[in-house]
Ligand binder design. Structure first.
Ligand SMILES: [Zn+2]
Length: 375
C-alpha cells in the first residue's frame, strides 16, 4: 500500500518520504506506538518504497517487488517475529539476521529487516543486535517495532531514529468505516470511539468473538449493584475467572500441539526448558488478559464519570443505561471504584491469587456504590 493510501501518521510519512527523496534513510528506525495503530503498515510501505521499481519517495504498490513485499514473500525483506513458547526473539534469530544482513540483496536494492515486537528480544539477542547497529552494513535497513519502548535497552533506542505513532482523529476512523466498510453511521461512530484512535483496533472489534466478549464484560460491570448479596458478587468474580481460564485453556492446547511437534527432535533438557518457558508464557498472557478485562470495566466507570460531567461517553451503545446509573453514584464514589479496579490490576501484575483479588474488587465496588447512595 503506497504512503498516499495510508490514513493518518502524516508527520512520520512526511519525514520518511523526505528521507527517501534525499536517499538518506536512517540505517535503523524504531517505530513506537500501541498495537493496531499502523506501525506494521507503514514499515511495510517503507520496505516497498526502498525496493519499488519506481525508485521514488513512495511505493507504487503494484510492481512485482511491491506485491511480493505485500505478501511477505520478498527475499530481501525479512520479518523477525517472536517465536517459541515464551514468544521471544532469541539470540539465534539475531545471529541469523547478522549473517544475512551483510550479504548483497538478491532481487531488490535494499535488504530490510523488521523486528515486529522488538521489546521481546532477550538480553543476549539485544546485545547481539547492538553490534549490527554499531556497524550497519551498506544497503540494509533495520526497522524495530514496539508498543513497549521502555523494555528496550537504552543503547538500542539511542542508535535508532525513533518515530512515535499517534492516534487518529476519531472522525477519520468513523469516515473510513462508513466509506470503505459500508458500516452504518451509529455503528461506525461507536467503533471509532472504542478504538482509541487505532484503526486496527476498530477493525478487530468487528470480529464477532471480540465483540461478544466485550458485551459480557460490560454486563458483568453492570451487574454489580448496591443491593448485592455476597453470593452475587462472588459470582461476578467467578465469571471473570472463568473467562480467563477459558482463554488460558485454549492457549494451552495450542502450545501443547506446538510442543508435540518438536518433542521427538529435541533433547530432554531442551524439552524441560520449553515446558518452563510455556508455564511462564501462559502466566504472562493470562495476566495480560485480566488486564484487558479490567480495562474494559474501568472504561465503563470512566464513562459514568464523563456522563455525570456532561461529556461524551465512549461506550455509546450503553449510554442510556449508563445515564440512569450515573445519577445514583457520586463522582467521588466512581473515582474510588476506578481506583479499586486499577489497584486490582496492580495486584494481579504482582501475581496474587486471581479469584481472591477479583472477589475483593467486586466487594469494594459494591461497598462504594452503597456508600455513595447513602451520602
Ligand atoms: Zn512498486
Amino acid at each position: 500500500m503506497p504512503f498516499s493510501d495510508v490514513i493518518g501518521q502524516e508527520h512520520i510519512i512526511k519525514l520518511l518520504k523526505n528521507s527517501l527523496k534525499c536517499g538518506r534513510i536512517a540505517h535503523a528506525c524504531l517505530f513506537v506506538g500501541p498495537d493496531g495503530i499502523g506501525k506494521t503498515m507503514v514499515a511495510k510501505t517503507l520496505a516497498q518504497a526502498l525496493n519499488c521499481k519506481r525508485e521514488d519517495e513512495d511505493a507504487c504498490g503494484s510492481c512485482p517487488a511491491c506485491r511480493r513485499i505485500e505478501n511477505f514473500s520478498h527475499p530481501d525483506v525479512t520479518w523477525v517475529r517472536p517465536t517459541g513458547l515464551s514468544r521471544q526473539v532469541g539470540i539465534d534469530d539475531i545471529r541469523r539476521l547478522r549473517r544475512q544482513i551483510s550479504l548483497k540483496p538478491y532481487q531488490g536494492r535494499m535488504k530490510v529487516y523488521l523486528i515486529t515486537e522488538a521489546d521481546r528480544m532477550t538480553a543476549q539477542a539485544s546485545n547481539a543486535l547492538l553490534k549490527t547497529l554499531e556497524e550497519p552494513p551498506a544497503n540494509s535497513i533495520l526497522i524495530l517495532l514496539t508498543s513497549h519502548p521502555a523494555s528496550l535497552l537504552p543503547t538500542i533506542i539511542s542508535r535508532c531514529q525513533m518515530m512515535r505513532f499517534s492516534p487518529l482523529n476519531l472522525g477519520r476512523i468513523e469516515d473510513y468505516l462508513v466509506k470503505k466498510l459500508n458500516l452504518s453511521f451509529p455503528k461506525a461512530r461507536l467503533l471509532s470511539r472504542l478504538s482509541e484512535g487505532r484503526l486496527g483496533k476498530a477493525l478487530s472489534l468487528q470480529e464477532k468473538a471480540v465483540w461478544e466478549e466485550r458485551e459480557k464484560i460490560l454486563n458483568l460491570a453492570c451487574q454489580i449493584s448496591v443491593q448485592d448479596d455476597l453470593e452475587k458478587l462472588l459470582k461476578v468474580a467467578a465469571e471473570i475467572v472463568e473467562l480467563v481460564s477459558n482463554f488460558k485453556q485454549e492457549l494451552e492446547e495450542r502450545l501443547k500441539d506446538e510442543l508435540r511437534e518438536v518433542e521427538d527432535v529435541i533433547s530432554k533438557e531442551q524439552l524441560g526448558e520449553m515446558r518452563k518457558e510455556r508455564i511462564a508464557f501462559l502466566a504472562g498472557e493470562s495476566r495480560r488478559k485480566v488486564g484487558e478485562i479490567l480495562d474494559l470495566m474501568i472504561g465503563y466507570y470512566r464513562d459514568l464519570l464523563v456522563l455525570k460531567e456532561g461529556g461524551e461517553a465512549i461506550n455509546l451503545d450503553r449510554k442510556e443505561e449508563m445515564e440512569v446509573r450515573a445519577v445514583s453514584i457520586s463522582s467521588q464514589g466512581i473515582r474510588k471504584i476506578i481506583k479499586a479496579i486499577e489497584e486490582t490490576k496492580g495486584f494481579i501484575e504482582r501475581n496474587v491469587n486471581l479469584r481472591l483479588a477479583l472477589e475483593t474488587m467486586t466487594m469494594k465496588i459494591a461497598e462504594e456504590l452503597e456508600y455513595a447512595r447513602g451520602s
